[in-house]
Design a protein around this ligand. Structure first.
Ligand code: GLA
Length: 331
């Protein structure tokens, strides 16, 4: 019997940069998905404590996006990517609020992959699992969510360079709260502009040669005003990730909070992935005493805002703790 635990994540800063080869700073959180059961047989069969129906996925599944119930598509995506030699029978449960932008789907993919067994190191496994997500949902997501779930470190965020795929744990001060507040707005990434943003940023990257290396002077010569905005978001957001890390290292929470607010403004004005509800939520949270800053976390067009606060400053949302990455235990 195996018990696999894969955490969700919240991204502190570095929005819409992972798929450009940029910098992100997610942390694994103390909400997780657990898969328990045993290997064997020629299918993956999982019951869910949280979702209707049973997932039954043949090891030679052809079309993950066509599998039902819909939550089983992520399992089918993992099977189609990893092609494990034996199946798995068991049960899945989660404490991650599903579909709010805390990477419930990435955590399910990571948990299923580790339950099935794999020799891939974390970066290669995360690449496969982001492909699994694409096969399951059609969303061409970046590598951040799966990598954060795999490589989280207790008490730390992880600075990921999405070109080099290096991971640097960044200690977080114990005397702050990280609070996630749900806007209540739901818009599936697949039907939103996520893929359009990816394409726009790829076009800017092609114009500039390498977006991760570009400067604001390089960006200024892009003629197309939309591509120029998208490129400016990526260049300034990468700089903000480093500025946030420096502020946290110096214990300067006021500056860290300002950098988060600037990140949200760039996601709103240049990347254009926020909504009026998200913008209003950030303004309201930032007006609360003891809140240093707040920003959209996750893909956008709804979902959650993350805030950096003095302990107990906010009485709403989920206070999440920086947690270790996925684990596998034999029972
Ligand atoms: C979603 C994707 C990630 C990342 C974020 C935006 O969460 O799954 O790969 O692109 O959006 O930062």
């Amino acid at each position: 019997m195996l018990r696999v635990r894969a955490p969700g994540r919240v991204n502190l800063i570095g929005g819409h940069t992972d798929y450009t080869g940029g910098l992100v700073l997610p942390m694994a959180i103390d909400f997780a998905t657990v898969v328990e059961g045993e290997r064997g047989g020629d299918e993956v069969r999982l019951e869910s404590a949280d979702e209707a129906g049973v997932a039954v996925v043949a090891l030679d599944v052809e079309d993950p996006a066509g599998v039902t119930p819909p939550w089983a598509r992520y399992i089918a995506g993992v099977v189609a990517e990893l092609r494990p030699p034996v199946g798995f029978t068991g049960r899945v449960s989660t404490s991650i609020p599903i579909g709010t932008g805390l990477s419930s789907s990435a955590a399910l993919e990571v948990a299923v992959a580790l339950a099935l067994g794999t020799d891939l190191p974390p970066a290669a496994l995360a690449q496969s699992l982001r492909q699994a997500e694409f096969r399951a949902s059609g969303v061409p997501c970046g590598i951040m969510d799966q990598l954060a779930s795999l490589t989280g470190v207790e008490g730390h965020a992880v600075l990921i360079d999405c070109t080099a795929l290096t991971i640097t744990p960044v200690p977080l001060p114990p005397d702050v709260d990280i609070v996630v507040v749900d806007s209540g707005e739901r818009r599936a990434l697949a039907t939103s502009g996520y893929a359009a943003r990816r394409a726009e940023v790829a076009a800017a990257d092609a114009l500039l040669g390498s977006l991760p290396q570009a400067t604001l002077d390089d960006v200024a010569v892009i003629d197309d005003p939309v591509l120029r905005k998208r490129a400016r978001h990526v260049v300034t957001e990468n700089a903000r990730v480093l500025a946030f890390c420096a502020a946290i290292a110096a214990g300067d929470l006021a500056t860290a909070g300002e950098v988060m607010v600037a990140s949200h403004a760039s996601l709103r004005d240049d990347q254009e992935v926020t909504t009026a509800a998200l913008d209003a939520l950030v303004v309201r949270l930032c007006a609360t005493p003891g809140v240093y800053g707040a920003r959209l976390t996750g893909g956008g067009w709804g979902g959650c805002v993350v805030a950096l606060t003095d302990p107990g400053a906010l009485t709403e949302g989920w206070t999440v703790r920086p947690s270790a990455g996925a684990t596998v235990d034999e029972l």
